[in-house]
Write a protein that binds this ligand. Structure first.
Ligand code: MN
Length: 606
């Protein structure tokens, strides 16, 4: 079987195309479709069809022009081009022939004759222009081409002008954006919110040639909007707008839709209330920019209103610029406030440290001035005074740091500062807690979770402040961080104090102490090693018995040899700790003794 003959149909009307396709497809031809002239030309070059059906009324190049173009390509010589023309005028049929077509079929297509008409042309039929008419038709066709070209030229000039305008608008927009960038960079260094806003407003006025600009911002309690305005006389405060005023209330529902301007603003429910507030004058071009809250969903943070001459409508890139400047103002103001709040916090922190320092100074002075017997009572009073004075700054700091947390913006430096403040607050707070307990003024008998290493550190610090450790070297090795026990704080603080007193006892003052905590086999150990001399075997075996302190004192010879008795508080330690399943051990080691307290911890509490 010979391959089907290809027919290319260049036709913009799909209804006509489907009719051609059906009629010629049934007759056994291979149909191809191009919707417009240049595409048709390209397909003809690629397909080399047996025949081209060419609609005359085409978008872009007319059918006549397509025929001329097809005829200029030598590769397509001999392919019949048949015009499909709705025009009944003789001149159009003639123009088709002059422009390069070999014949024409009138539209509407006659389905009973169409295939036969096409096959006649395939069989060699060619139509001719009447003798002597050719010159006239050619001139007319040339005329048509010139007119078409002129129209195209005008069109091109028009789009070129539009392109130039767009280019200029783009340049202005770019210029505005880079100025805005420079402004935003300089804002970082501006600490005062009011002058910061004034600078941004001034820039907006300058860039947009405004006659009036109002910038409103909600107050912390949401009760009213405070405003500043730029007028020809400079920047001044405006009367506040109530939080429940109709303008901001209505604005909430559309605040995420961007700025309103021009006719849209004029027809909106915001125009009249704004006019009543004097936010725009008439006749003018105005713009209303709502600013949603960045932290609180669904809340209005503020709004700007802008006005300028009636003959200067806001262009799209200017609307974009307003939104950007507004956003810059909002972010800059919030940053300035954050920085302000941060420096407030650090001031509060500094003053609380001063208070701590001066309180310690008082303690030291009192120590120097008082006799040993009076010391305990007076110290108690001082500690109490000191803790009362500490409580206020600590709670201030805690409030500050939680306020800072809420405003958190995510920058690394910011988080670092907040973490430092929080750390310092934690240190002061735990010291206050320890002091309060020390003077026995607060809830000592209530069981709670106790961090053993915190307690140990605090006790040793306080004993050192009170002068019990003298100038001994103290080595502290915390190996059981996080160990916690549920119990009564004072049981443990008393035990630690008695254990240290034991280690400090003896005729030769121990030059140094080693205090160590470890975890071994699920048990927590607090170990103290001293260098204060050994204890005879008899003393060791009775060290934890009640009233062991009443036993015989070491003999003169023993004292000469540097031996000593166990600490008198050890029996009461064991008694206190017995309710915590504790074990205690005392033995001689090196130049002194080794004292160990071990506790079985609840595994979940470690
Ligand atoms: Mn058409």
């Amino acid at each position: 079987m010979s391959p089907k003959l290809k027919i290319l149909c260049i036709e913009d009307n799909p209804v006509n195309w489907r009719l051609v396709q059906r009629l010629l497809g049934q007759a056994g031809y291979d149909l191809h479709w191009a919707e417009e002239g240049l595409q048709g030309y390209q397909m003809a070059v690629e397909l080399k069809p047996a025949l081209v059906l060419l609609d005359i009324n085409l978008p872009g190049l007319s059918g006549f022009e397509v025929a001329t173009k097809l005829r200029q390509n030598a590769d397509l010589n001999g392919i019949p081009i048949i015009a499909l023309t709705a025009k009944t005028m003789k001149i159009d049929r003639e123009t088709a022939l002059v422009s390069g077509c070999d014949g024409y079929i009138s539209k509407p297509i006659d389905p009973f004759q169409f295939t036969a008409q096409v096959e006649a042309y395939l069989g060699g039929q060619r139509d001719k222009v009447d003798q002597g008419r050719e010159g006239v038709v050619l001139r007319q066709f040339s005329q048509q081409i010139v007119e078409h070209l002129e129209a195209r030229l005008k069109e091109a000039q028009g789009s070129n002008r539009k392109l130039q305008e767009a280019q200029e608008a783009l340049e202005i927009r770019n210029r505005n954006l880079s100025r805005l960038l420079a402004l935003s960079q300089s804002m970082v260094a501006e600490p005062d919110p009011r002058s910061l806003l004034a600078r941004i407003i001034g820039r907006a006025q300058e860039d947009l040639g405004l006659r009036m600009l109002h910038a409103f911002r909600v107050q912390a309690d949401g009760g009213y909007f405070e405003g500043q305005r730029w007028t020809e006389n400079g920047i001044e405060m405006t009367p506040p707008v109530r939080g429940d005023h109709v303008l901001p209330t209505r604005l909430k529902s559309v605040m995420n839709e961007g700025p309103l301007f021009g006719e849209n603003l004029l027809q909106s429910p915001y125009w009249d209330p704004g006019m009543a507030l004097g936010l725009w004058g008439q006749p003018s071009q105005s713009l209303l920019l709502p600013m949603p809250h960045r932290q609180v969903e669904g809340e209005l943070w503020g709004f700007w209103t802008l006005s300028r001459e009636a003959d200067r409508p806001f262009l799209p890139f200017e609307v974009e610029l307003v939104a950007l400047i507004g956003g810059l103002a909002q972010v800059s103001l919030q940053n300035a406030e954050l920085i302000f709040s941060l420096s407030e916090s650090s001031r509060a922190l500094a003053s609380s440290y001063e208070i701590v320092e001066s309180a310690y100074m008082e303690v030291h002075q009192a120590q120097a001035a008082l006799s040993l017997r009076e010391r305990q009572a007076i110290l108690g009073d001082l500690f109490q005074k000191m803790t009362k004075r500490l409580q206020a700054p600590v709670s201030t700091l805690q409030i500050q740091s939680s306020a800072l947390d809420e405003m958190e913006q995510g920058s690394g430096e910011w988080k670092h500062s907040v973490a430092q403040i929080r750390d310092s607050v934690g240190q002061i707070a735990s010291l206050v807690k320890a002091l309060t307990r020390r003077v026995g003024k607060q809830d000592n008998a209530r069981p709670e979770w106790i961090h053993l290493d915190d307690l140990l550190t605090q006790e040793l610090e306080l004993m050192s402040i009170e002068g019990h450790l003298g100038d001994r070297g103290l080595r502290l090795e915390i190996g059981a961080k996080e160990a916690k026990v549920f119990g009564i704080y004072e049981d443990f603080s008393e035990t630690v104090a008695q254990m240290v007193r034991h280690a400090l006892g003896g005729p030769t003052p121990s030059p140094s102490l080693l205090v160590r905590t470890t975890m071994a086999g699920g048990r927590y150990h607090l170990e103290i090693e001293d260098e204060g001399g050994p204890i005879p075997p008899d003393g060791l075996s009775h060290a934890f018995e009640p009233f062991s302190g009443l036993r015989e004192d070491p003999s003169e010879e023993d004292l000469v040899l540097g031996v000593r008795k166990p600490g008198p508080g050890l029996p009461s330690c064991l008694q206190l700790m017995s309710s915590y399943q504790a074990a205690m051990e005392l033995r001689n080691i090196g130049e002194g003794t080794y004292l160990d307290l071990s506790l079985q911890l609840d595994p979940e509490a470690v």
